[in-house]
Design a binder for this molecule. Structure first.
Ligand code: HEC
Length: 208
């Protein structure tokens, strides 16, 4: 299945959920306050490399100009399949013979937020995730040659900007150095979504 969340991401998220609540809160605050360069304490708590490589394709959902540009692109290029309200095609979750052919939701009911920025860039450009088996057909169009890099980042920024804060924080944890951590994370009330374990199991069961 093209969109099985990759192994490298999920354990990190799971490990983070096992960090005691107070330590976790502290580490997220540090991350939120230091942006793309998390402090040593945050790295230790979350079990990630303290000096990760920079993210080549980071979509800035805190930039209203990019988000607005992305909204237009989304309406023109994505909404016919993924839904005007990002709700996905009807029955997209149904695991029947059309599983994987229906465009999933991009809002909080979907699983777009379970992928790093680099992966979202890749699937939008090439129509499949890096981890996808190339022999299995994909029903997601490749936008290479249709949208340039900047436009792909803008449409991704628009999608990210629509997520509740907890989802945005959870997704930023998948990026090296927690890049893309929402700027206002430390000022607002938010909760994490459920861990991605259930989703991984669901996708594994649905794989064929
Ligand atoms: C012709 C229908 C169609 C259009 C138009 C389309 N998509 Fe998709 N998209 C799909 C399908 C079908 C999938 C599921 C692919 C799979 O499961 O292998 C998908 C999957 C995705 C995913 C992966 C989501 C996940 O969590 O697995 C992303 C990201 C995505 N599309 C982004 C976009 C963006 C951005 C646009 C507009 C620039 C777009 N798509 C336009 C059909 C479409």
């Amino acid at each position: 299945m093209a969109n099985v969340p990759n192994q490298a991401q999920c354990p990190m998220t799971i490990r983070i959920f096992f960090v005691p609540a107070r330590a976790l809160g502290a580490s997220i605050l540090i991350v939120a306050m230091t942006g793309a360069a998390p402090g040593a304490a945050a790295s230790r708590d979350a079990g990630v490399d303290a000096s990760p490589p920079p993210v080549a394709h980071l979509a800035n959902a805190d930039d209203p100009v990019k988000v607005e540009a992305g909204k237009l692109i989304y309406a023109q290029r994505c909404s016919s399949c993924h839904g005007k309200r990002l709700q996905g095609q009807p029955l997209w979750q149904l695991e029947d013979q059309y599983f994987g052919r229906r465009a999933p939701a991009h809002d909080e009911s979907g699983h777009t937020w379970e992928h790093s920025d680099e992966e979202l860039f890749h699937i939008t450009r090439y129509g499949r995730f890096t981890t996808a088996d190339p022999t299995i057909p994909t029903y997601m169009p490749a936008f290479d040659g249709v949208l340039d890099d900047e436009q792909i980042l803008e449409v991704t920024a628009f999608i990210k900007a629509r997520w509740p804060l907890g989802l945005r924080i959870s997704q930023a944890l998948l990026n090296p150095g927690y890049a893309g951590m929402p700027a206002h994370a430390q000022n607002e009330d938010w909760t994490f979504p459920p861990t991605c374990v259930t989703s991984v199991q669901r996708w594994r069961l649905g794989s064929r």
